[in-house]
Design a protein around this ligand. Structure first.
Ligand SMILES: Cc1cc2nc3c(=O)[nH]c(=O)nc-3n(C[C@H](O)[C@H](O)[C@H](O)COP(=O)(O)O)c2cc1C
Length: 323
């Protein structure tokens, strides 16, 4: 598949998820599956103001090519300049524009999913980003529409194609649905039938079977997987296997899963420092233990991890008691 001028040799993408798919977690997923990746969203305005923390979120790994970085915003000047800065800082092959975020802080400022209510503005915003990207392909990620009475993803996708999008990713829910109900893949199919650029289908892929189904139902070029990977990067490995016609590998035993969690911790520690890595790994590590019987004591210990030493003590305990 090609995104503009960029050749992408996989049909599997890891969804961008702020606070989850940082460089450490993307590295793990990519190593297991060879998936395409998109950075966590960053604010175009924050990039323009020279916010110190923002560029770190755009950092890509050494083997992380091709990959996209994602920006959001609705101010045309900021989007044009933010696009250029994001690409300069990251060296990404693709720039993705977030027009689907439903979080009030974002949507109430006219950014993210709010742009779906104003397709004219969304087109101007995209054109500005395309100018700033100066030849680097620009993709757009959005939802079905604002609410169930105003579903406009098909027309919106056409408008994005007209304004220069090299591909679109569609999450099969409306803004007001947030994450409730189920994703409607039929609308994604309608988008696929309406545009000639690649379409990436997203929403509710929780198993390798779902990955096959969403591609069959939608006819999309690529499947994007989000929440199903929480504490389970092996979902990406399993989806890659099924899409490449290989046998689906089983979930590895718990002790091996702990080793991968430890690797994620070490990557995060190298990129962000011990303190932040410890705080952020609490959430990830608890997800790694989801569904493991008798894990409640160790989940409590995970919530108290403050140092690398704590991390490894807890890991040894989990392996001793639960694996
Ligand atoms: C914690 C969290 C953070 C997210 N952050 C982003 C983001 O930064 N950019 C974006 O385009 N979508 C974001 N999303 C939406 C996901 O990319 C994806 O569209 C959504 O989770 C549906 O896919 P899923 O059903 O496979 O999870 C986020 C979702 C979650 C749960």
């Amino acid at each position: 598949m090609r995104i503009g001028t960029v050749e992408v040799d996989t049909r599997l993408a890891l969804a961008p998820m702020a606070g989850v798919t940082d460089l450490a977690f993307r590295t793990i997923c990519r190593e297991l599956s060879g998936c395409y990746t998109v950075s966590e969203m960053v604010s175009a305005k924050a990039l323009c103001y020279g916010d110190k923390k923002t560029p770190g979120l755009l950092r890509l790994g050494e083997g992380e090519r091709p990959a996209a970085v994602q920006i959001f915003g609705s101010d045309e000047d900021a989007m044009e300049r933010g696009a250029a800065i994001a690409l300069e800082k990251s060296g990404a092959a693709v720039l993705d524009i977030n027009m689907g975020c439903p979080v009030p802080k974002v949507a109430n400022s006219g950014d993210g999913s709010a742009l779906m209510r104003d397709p004219d503005k969304a087109q101007r915003v995209l054109r500005a980003a395309v100018r700033g990207a100066a030849g680097v392909p620009v993709t757009v990620k959005f939802r079905l529409g604002w609410d169930k009475g105003s579903i406009n993803c098909v027309e919106f996708a056409r408008r994005m194609e007209d304004a220069g999008a090299a591909a679109v990713a569609v999450h099969g829910r409306t803004k007001t649905q947030m994450y409730s109900g189920t994703a409607n893949w039929d609308y994604i199919r309608a988008v696929k039938e309406a545009v000639s650029i690649p379409v990436i289908a997203n929403g509710d892929v929780f198993s390798p079977r779902d990955a096959v189904r969403i591609l069959n139902v939608t006819g999309a070029d690529m499947v994007m997987v989000g929440r199903g990977t929480f504490g389970n990067p092996w979902l990406m490995e399993q989806c890659a296997a099924v899409l490449e016609g290989r046998e689906v590998p089983p979930l590895p035993p718990l002790s091996e899963r702990c080793d991968v969690a430890a690797r994620q911790f070490e990557l995060a520690r190298a990129y962000k420092g011990e303190k932040i890595a410890c705080l952020e790994m609490r959430k990830h590590y608890a997800w790694y233990l989801k569904g493991v019987p008798y894990a409640s004591y160790w989940k409590e210990q995970i919530c108290k991890i403050e140092t690398a030493e704590d991390f490894y003590k807890v890991t040894a305990g989990i392996k001793r008691d639960l694996a």
